[in-house]
Ligand binder design. Sequence first.
Ligand code: SF4
Ligand code: SF4
Length: 453
Amino acid sequence: MAKTGMERLKELEKEIYKCIHCKACRFAYSGEPSREGIGEFAGKQSTVLYEGMLDACPAGIEYGWEAFWNAGKMWIARSILNGDLEFNEEVRDVIMPCITCGQCSVQCESKIPTVDIIESLRAACVEAGVPMIEKHQLVDRLVKELNNPYGGKAAERMKWAKDAGLGKYINNKNAKIGYYVGCTASYRQVEVAIATAKVFEQLGIDFTLIEDEVCCGSPFFRIGAVDTAQELMNKNLETFKDLEEVYFSCAGCYRTFTIDYPKWMTEGEELPFKTMHAFELVSKLITDGKIKFKPNKELKGKVVTYHDPCHTGRHFAHDIEQSMIKKSKNLMMDMRKIDKLIDEWFEIPRVILRKLEEDVGIKFIEMYRIKNNSMCCGAGGGVRAGYPDFSLRTASLRCDEANAVGADILTTECPFCWRNLSDANDLYNHNMQVMGVLEMISKYNLLDISNLK
Ligand code: SF4
Ligand code: SF4
């Protein structure tokens, strides 16, 4: 039986007590791409000098009060454990507006798994009988009724595929590879789903789209509605169990299947299939010399930057780090190995961007905060659904960073980041195009598969 939130919080007690309240976790390093400094940049949200250590916790930046920064939440967890504090609506309203972006966990020198602590704290709060905020109650109800939090009809989940002439892949029985589309790309950012499926088709992959897929459960693991999340997980595991591999285009779904499911499955059980994000596949084919891109006049000279989604960036980096720490007999020696592995992980999407620069003629320029130090898009952790104004202001801060390097196009590899960044781009007039990397490849017909055997 799965552990309760309180049991998980107690298991994390030693980690929680490691926190010395130094508050280093509120900052992240800004300084890429090794510039001499750009001076002050007046963005839509604030004027910033993108150099050195900058405030980086979106919750702290938004609310300002001590309790909202990560250090405050670690103190709340400690107080709950030692009985100085009880769960109530006031506590809920401090621990919920946090994007679970993980910025704090990578900054903490004590390697405290802050996101696990915050998620356990939230689950324990729900178990204690504190009602979820109304907007979270709504998405919980919708996903229970319709298997997605957007209120889309279950029968219309694959409408995008039928409309785009990709219907033959729906319930394609012979395929051993599945494309798990996820709710955002199925019901909102269908351009991401279409582009991904078309790239798979061009690459000659025999894949299936399964009409019975349901929400991956990511928002519900994050907001503490773990019963809902586990129910969704069990449905997906049953639906996808006969496949050898499952591919993803959404960072959140990929993280949930790859990192969360194994933690919540019955002890000793393993995922019955391998998982891979589409960007890993494309990146590997480039590295192996099997694909390249065609030049494109429209894109030539355009400044393109890349936003690392927290779910495929920091969260995987954190997972790599934690599993190496568990295995390590000499952490001092192994830290270099860990850093190298993490850097290799963050390079994977950049292989695609650099190849686009070489072949297509785009100008790939990094933002000032990238990889582990990347600023969150503001969508995750139940924040987009629960606290949309905070969510969009955070996305606008990230758009400011893209404006600061003169980006014409802000790319990412997650439909949820895409949506939030795009909405903030429109709302706050950042005047860029927001696009998925595979979406760009598909939209401009850039793929050259002449070397693909
Ligand atoms: S979580 Fe880590 S970095 Fe943050 S206050 Fe605690 S010890 Fe310091
Ligand atoms: S997970 Fe992100 S938003 Fe939440 S406390 Fe940490 S840095 Fe702040």
